[in-house]
Ligand binder design. Structure first.
Ligand SMILES: *Cc1c(COP(=O)(O)O)cnc(C)c1O
Length: 374
């Protein structure tokens, strides 16, 4: 007989729950933008940029149209382009690699540390050539990459360090917030990110005034003054409506990240002794913001199916490693090229996690995992 799910659905993320808590402030901020006809750049974008820079403990934040653009424009601001190579991880969201290609530079992958899912500095070192210009670690799932080792490689080989911090707003590495460790950091405000807009958005964050200035020009047709275009840029401005929404949400971000951490610790506690389940490893001196909570489990697809029957949504971040994506087939990288990233692909499972989740919901998910993972 087929199982009939009766329990209430638990989503992977629930943006509606968050909206309910802040809807009055959101509408007031949106009304403000509309009534002032301040739609492009201007006060709302500037205010948010100041607030977000302060949140990261950085000097500058430049609002752009997406996280992908933040990556592309950061690389361009560093003068990276055709003939150059950028090293990154193969187990990220597709835009990580795409942004490199969009500059004309070549993507070079390095395998990951299977415990943290982040790029392995020892593997990065093997991939450095005369053409390498930058290392682009991803702070995957909200956990900072091994920045000391990567900084050291950049010093030794005269490379730039570009943080893909799209999943890590507020994460900390040895007491420093991500966004100020590399030369430049790139954030996404895609709706489901820890800080999400009601549409697309992103930011370039840096302490380097020259990079900030260049990124600011690039996002706005290469200009400082209205009709004088000093370089060729593009239109990648953060929308003022999104900036106003983000300013409201930013005030709650530390609290939301704290709740994510509490839920993650509770999952750890409930799942740590479950056979066949490996909970996330958070190295000492790192503070994850748990963009997603990822366990590793044998027979993952079966567990996923069982959880679905219990009305519990799960995700896989990500089901196809970047080097095996059809779009990158031209790179000629076959299955087996990055064994650790590939192994992760077949065992990872993202469990529901969002700030507004209740303790009971975490318990229900953990109980179901316990029951089915055997
Ligand atoms: C979301 C994401 C991006 C791209 O951000 P968009 O705002 O969707 O363009 C890049 N890298 C990582 C790791 C991401 O999670």
């Amino acid at each position: 007989m087929e199982r009939i799910a009766t329990a209430e659905k638990i989503r992977l993320v629930d943006l509606g729950a968050q909206y309910q808590a802040i809807h009055k402030e959101i509408w007031s901020a949106m009304r403000n933008v509309v009534e002032n006809s301040a739609f492009v750049l201007g006060k709302h974008v500037k205010d948010f940029e100041g607030d977000f820079a302060a949140f990261c403990n950085a000097r500058f934040a430049i609002g752009v149209a997406s996280g992908t653009d933040a990556l592309t424009l950061s690389l361009k601001a560093l003068e990276i382009g055709p003939g150059d190579e950028v090293i990154t991880a193969p187990n990220s969201a597709f835009p990580t690699a795409e942004a490199i290609t969009l500059t004309g530079a070549k993507v070079v992958f390095a395998d990951i540390n299977p415990d943290t899912f982040n790029i392995d500095p020892a593997e990065v070192e093997k991939k450095i050539t005369k053409k390498t210009k930058a290392i682009m670690p991803v702070h995957l799932y909200g956990l900072p990459a091994q920045m000391d080792e990567l900084e050291e490689l950049c010093r030794t080989h005269d490379l730039k360090l570009v943080e893909d911090a799209a999943q890590a707003h507020g994460a900390e590495y040895k007491g420093r917030r991500v966004g100020t460790i590399g030369n430049v950091a790139c954030f996404s405000f895609y709706p489901s990110k820890n800080l999400g807009a009601y549409g697309d958005g992103g930011a370039v964050v840096t302490n380097d005034e020259a990079i900030a200035d260049k990124a600011r020009m690039l996002r706005n047709h290469g200009r400082h003054e209205k009709y004088c275009h000093e370089i060729e840029g593009c239109n990648s401005r953060l929308d003022a409506l999104q900036a106003a929404i983000l300013s409201v949400k930013l005030k709650y971000l530390d609290e939301w990240n704290k709740k994510r951490r509490q839920h993650a610790r509770y999952y750890d506690e409930l799942l740590s002794s479950v056979e066949n389940v490996i909970t996330p490893t958070i190295p000492a001196k790192m503070k994850s913001v748990h963009h997603v909570y990822v366990i590793r489990v044998r027979d993952r697809d079966n567990l996923r199916k069982k959880l679905k029957e219990d009305n519990i949504d799960t995700g896989i971040h990500y089901p196809i490693p970047l080097h095996l994506q059809p779009a990158l087939a031209y790179m000629g990288l076959e299955s087996g090229s990055f064994p650790k990233a590939e192994e992760a692909t077949s065992t990872i499972l993202s469990l529901p996690l969002y700030p507004e989740m209740s303790k009971e919901q975490v318990e229900r998910v953990a109980d179901a995992v316990k029951q089915h993972a055997k």
